[in-house]
Design a protein around this ligand. Structure first.
Ligand SMILES: [Fe+2]
Ligand SMILES: [Fe+2]
Length: 241
């Protein structure tokens, strides 16, 4: 297990495997950060029902774009760049969740409390990771990204609870949960991913995909049930084996 802490200046001296995994994981993170706004900015910024909600959509997008900027700066510091990810069509996003669309307001709510929560799990992996410039984006160094993600999750939950108060809203919520719950579980990646073990070995992640997914499942199942919604069968996910 690799226990050193690496600065940007040390990057060129690192083995190719470390370099590849680090660039890959930051690039995927950057793509996920900008993938969210592409799903909801056009659809909801000026169509959400109240000025408060429109403001919140815009603010969420601003925060995600900032998260992208931070990830991209990390790449640029070591001679890489993810600016191209600003402009790819949704169909080319690295992670399925960002290839779909968000036709109902319930999708926005569920996306917040399920998918932003996966985002938070992904970022948690980098806490105290071996690459210091990345670790410094997270607690105990910097709490902003994580706090903003928690805000997205909480706001999604608030909107979800509001929708669940009417029969029509609850139906829309159930449909959205059926869709995003499975997408969320699949976002953790394959349980038998060979890269998992390499990421952990190099101190770039803390948990395997399967461990993180199991923790997430244990966390969201009671939340969905408490909203009065049916919890979809997690076995419908495609990446468990
Ligand atoms: Fe984010
Ligand atoms: Fe977020």
């Amino acid at each position: 297990m690799f226990t050193d802490k690496i600065e940007a200046k040390d990057f060129p001296k690192m083995p190719k495997e470390y370099q590849d995994l680090l660039v890959r994981v930051i690039r995927i993170q950057a793509d996920c950060e900008i993938g969210g706004p592409h799903l909801y900015v056009d659809r909801w910024t000026l169509r959400a029902a109240t000025a408060d909600e429109q403001w919140k959509v815009a603010k969420t997008a601003m925060e995600e774009i900032d998260h992208f900027r931070r990830m991209n700066r990390l790449l640029q510091e070591i001679g890489f760049d993810a600016t191209d990810r600003l402009f790819v069509p949704k169909s080319e996003r690295y992670v399925d969740a960002f290839r779909g669309d968000m036709p109902a307001w319930a999708d926005w709510a569920v996306f917040g409390f399920l998918i932003d929560r996966v985002g938070q799990y992904q970022l948690d992996e980098f806490i105290n990771c071996s690459y210091l410039p990345l670790a410094r984006q997270l607690p105990p160094y910097d709490t902003q990204i994580i706090e903003e993600e928690k805000g997205h999750v909480q706001y999604g939950l608030l909107k979800a609870a509001e929708l669940c108060r009417s029969e029509q809203g609850r139906q829309q919520m159930q449909e959205a949960v059926n869709k995003w719950f499975i997408i969320g579980l699949d976002m953790f990646g394959k349980s038998d991913s060979w890269r998992d073990e390499r990421y952990i070995e190099w101190g770039l992640k803390r948990r395997t995909n399967a461990q993180a997914r199991a923790e997430y499942l244990a966390e969201v199942t009671p939340i969905i049930a408490k909203l009065g919604l049916a919890v979809p069968d997690p076995g419908l996910g495609r990446k468990f084996t």
